[in-house]
Structure formats: structure tokens, C-alpha cells
Design a protein around this ligand. Structure first.
Ligand code: V0D
Length: 244
């Protein structure tokens, strides 16, 4: 029996001070190749796992789950693979939309969606619209997202307002309001699966004070228990850091 006020993850009695988790879902292609399957099989398994981890995060009362689904670098992959990835949002919502609605999950996206095929954009905007009044987990997909790209866009938008005379003083709060994550709680925890220990142009500004957890587990094998383990690392580190 754990003490009251302590974060607890056993049974239904779960509690975390972690509001925003971001994940680089790495290792899908390698996971598939290890079992002599196509990389696309890994991507499909990875998208099923998005559903599993989103439901787990919702149950754990996490407010926001930001997932790196497609980076600005991913366009350099073979055309067949890119084409397959473009179909995943539709496959995902066809399979899981009813369940996401039942669970009160709200879909969001960051990144430049304008480069995606019209149908992919439509499917995504439709999901965002259908779930806009849900009050559970915000499932935020980073799509054609790059951290430097986001910062440059913010700088240009700010420059524009300064030129127009509608903006004068630029501090951290003002700058943040021009980022795509504006309005969301700060990223408490960033997890990268599958062994690499890099940020790879994910949320550059937002990760300034985040706890970073790297695991060798590949994304299709990353289960609720692995999320809970990462949350425990977060709780222990932030308690030590904040408890002075
Ligand atoms: C492939 C692992 C879900 C990462 C997860 C377009 C690589 C599976 C989505 C998805 C991808 C995106 C938006 C949305 C609903 C679902 C997804 C992509 C790749 C790139 F509104 N999984 N997933 N999108 N993978």
C-alpha cells in the first residue's frame, strides 16, 4: 500500500503530475525488417500502437500526447513508403474513430498540412472537427513538422506584425504564442523509442525544460507498461529537481 499523495500507478489508482507527453515513435521499419516483413507492415503496427498508447495516456489522465508522425525529412524516403504513410490517417480513423469519440479524445495537429494529399488533409480536418468538443486527452499529431521550420514561421509572423505596428515587445511569452503548440501545457516528458538518443528537429523550443527518456524498445512494442515506466522516471527526476 503506497502513501497518500505519492504518485501511484498500480491498479486503477493512478496519478501523475505529467500533463504533456511527446513521443518520437521510432523503430517501426527496423521492427518489421527483424521479422522479414516490409517496412510498411511496421508502420501499420505502429499506427495500431498509437491507438493503444492514446487510450493508456487518456486513462492515466495525461492532458496532451504529441506524437511525431511525419517529419519534414520523411519526404526523402522512397515514394512507395511515403504514399503508404499518407494513407495511414484514413486507415487509423476508419478503424478507431468510434472508439476515440467514446473515450472523449480530441484530435489536433501541428506542422504544415498543406503539403499532404488533399484526401489526407480532408480526413484529418474532419477528425479535428468531429472531436473538437471532446474534453479527454488531446491527441496531437506532428505532421510534416520540423522544429526549426516552426521557429522560422513564428519569426516571420512576428516580423509581419512588427512591420504592421501591431506588435512591439517580443518576450518568451509572446514568442511562444506564435508557436504551433500555443495554448497547450508545456511538454513535461519527451520519449524516444528504439535506441537513438537525439531530438531530430522535434519540438526544439518546447523541450527546453522537458525530461527526456530514451528507450531501446521499438515503437510497435512500446506498451502501456513502458509508458508508466517513463512516467515513473519523470516523477522521480522532477521530484528531485523541484523539491529543493
Ligand atoms: C508511421 C509510427 C498514425 C510512426 C506510427 C502520415 C510512423 C504509425 C497516424 C495518424 C504513422 C496521423 C494523423 C492522424 C491520425 C493518424 C500516422 C503517419 C504515420 C504519417 F490524424 N500513425 N501514423 N501518420 N505511422
Amino acid at each position: 500500500m503506497a502513501h497518500f499523495g505519492e504518485p501511484l500507478f498500480e491498479g486503477k489508482n493512478m496519478e501523475t503530475t505529467c500533463r504533456h507527453v511527446a513521443i518520437i515513435m521510432d523503430g517501426n521499419g527496423r521492427w518489421a525488417k527483424k521479422q522479414d516483413k516490409q517496412r510498411t507492415f511496421g508502420h501499420l503496427s505502429g499506427s495500431e500502437n498509437v491507438r493503444n498508447i492514446a487510450l493508456a495516456a487518456n486513462k492515466l489522465n495525461i492532458k496532451v500526447l504529441t506524437l511525431y508522425a511525419f517529419s519534414t525529412e520523411n519526404w526523402k524516403r522512397p515514394m512507395e513508403e511515403v504514399d503508404y504513410l499518407m494513407k495511414l490517417p484514413e486507415v487509423f480513423f476508419n478503424r478507431f474513430m468510434d472508439e476515440l469519440m467514446r473515450e472523449g479524445i480530441k484530435i489536433m495537429a501541428i506542422g504544415d498540412l498543406s503539403k499532404f494529399p488533399p484526401n489526407t488533409q480532408r480526413v484529418l480536418l474532419n477528425a479535428i472537427d468531429r472531436t473538437k468538443n471532446n474534453s479527454g486527452l488531446i491527441l496531437n499529431f506532428a505532421m510534416n513538422y520540423g522544429g526549426r521550420d516552426e521557429i522560422i514561421r513564428a519569426v516571420n509572423a512576428i516580423a509581419n506584425e512588427v512591420r504592421l505596428g501591431t506588435l512591439d515587445i517580443i518576450d518568451e511569452t509572446v514568442f511562444e504564442s506564435f508557436l504551433m503548440t500555443s495554448g497547450l501545457p508545456p511538454v513535461d516528458l519527451m520519449i524516444r523509442t528504439s535506441g537513438e538518443q537525439r531530438i531530430s528537429n522535434f519540438l526544439l523550443w518546447q523541450l527546453a525544460y522537458s525530461e527526456l527518456v530514451f528507450t531501446d524498445v521499438s515503437w510497435p512494442d512500446f506498451k502501456e507498461d513502458d509508458l508508466v515506466q517513463a512516467l515513473k522516471v519523470f516523477e522521480n527526476r522532477s521530484r528531485r529537481f523541484g523539491g529543493l
